[in-house]
Ligand binder design. Structure first.
Ligand SMILES: [Fe+2]
Length: 281
């Protein structure tokens, strides 16, 4: 039986990739963010997950505003990164796990989540940067992935309640998988930030704190606001908290926080790195 070994949550802004590329991790501006990563790397080295189920959002590399699936599940043998125009190096191609992908897709559709199934998929900075943060400079990724894309870009977005329910359905799918893999759950994005419009530069530490304080013990608390209220509190791009909410759902009913780092700003964004562990029922 597969075992979920933990949940790794972190921000994914492209500037993090730029800082790593320049070797600026210890610069005073960046150090408080990068200081959040060593405990995650130690946990990963100790727990050695085989496969990661990753909740993130596409920023136009696969899907643009004209064609935007609400929930998209990758079922490809591999996932390449591609140039998004940020001046970042291309990240290594990620090996997929098609059998587990198809099991999750079949279980989700059976559970009445009518997901888009993607037998070809690119991965953008929302997936590559959290993995480079977790395994910096490795020759090949030590883990296979099942990417799940959530629309946080083109309205109407899925509700937080629906997104948490999706994550819980993924948890049930993993529980019914016959393999014995060690599974890492990953949620990327946020925290509060807004990149454009009259509120460009907006961040909201008190809302971030609310999310971080409830993520492990009471994730339903994050689902009581409408999408528009979340945008109001978190910023237009801070609604990427949906990825975190789904990933929390995939950890199962009970979870505890093992590690938390919070810092702002990095590139006009509030950033956090968190590790949660599921608790046995
Ligand atoms: Fe993003």
């Amino acid at each position: 039986m597969a075992e979920i070994i933990g949940g790794y949550f972190t921000s994914h802004v492209p500037a993090i990739g730029g800082a790593m590329h320049r070797g600026a991790q210890q610069d005073p501006y960046w150090q408080p963010f990068f200081d959040g990563l060593p405990p995650v790397r130690e946990l990963l080295a100790r727990k050695k997950p085989d496969v990661a189920v990753v909740f993130s959002n596409d920023h136009g590399l696969n899907f643009f505003l004209d064609t935007m699936p609400t929930f998209a599940v990758g079922a490809a043998p591999s996932y390449a990164n591609a140039d998004e125009g940020w001046g970042l190096p291309l990240y290594k191609t990620f090996p997929g796990h098609p059998a587990l992908s198809w099991h999750i897709i079949e279980a989700l559709v059976e559970d009445e989540f009518d997901v888009t199934m993607c037998q070809k998929m690119l991965v953008d900075h929302a997936l590559s940067i959290p993995f480079e943060l977790a395994w910096p400079g490795v020759e090949a990724w030590p883990i296979r992935i099942v990417p799940i894309g959530i629309n946080t870009v083109q309205h109407p977005l899925p509700s937080a309640r629906r997104t948490l329910a999706l994550g819980r359905a993924v948890n049930r799918a993993i529980a019914s998988w016959a393999g014995d893999e060690k599974v890492l759950i990953v949620g990327t994005g946020g925290l509060s930030h807004q990149l454009d419009g009259a509120r460009a530069g907006f961040m909201n530490p008190s809302y971030d704190q609310f999310c971080l304080d409830h993520l492990a013990a009471d994730p339903d608390a994050l689902t009581r606001d409408s999408i528009h209220d979340i945008v109001r509190q978190a910023g237009t791009q801070g609604v990427e908290i949906l990825n975190w909410i789904a990933a929390r759902g995939a950890l199962g009913e009970a979870a505890q926080e093992v590690h938390r780092n919070y810092h702002l700003p990095i590139s006009n964004t509030a950033a956090a790195t968190v590790w949660l562990e599921p608790e046995p029922a």
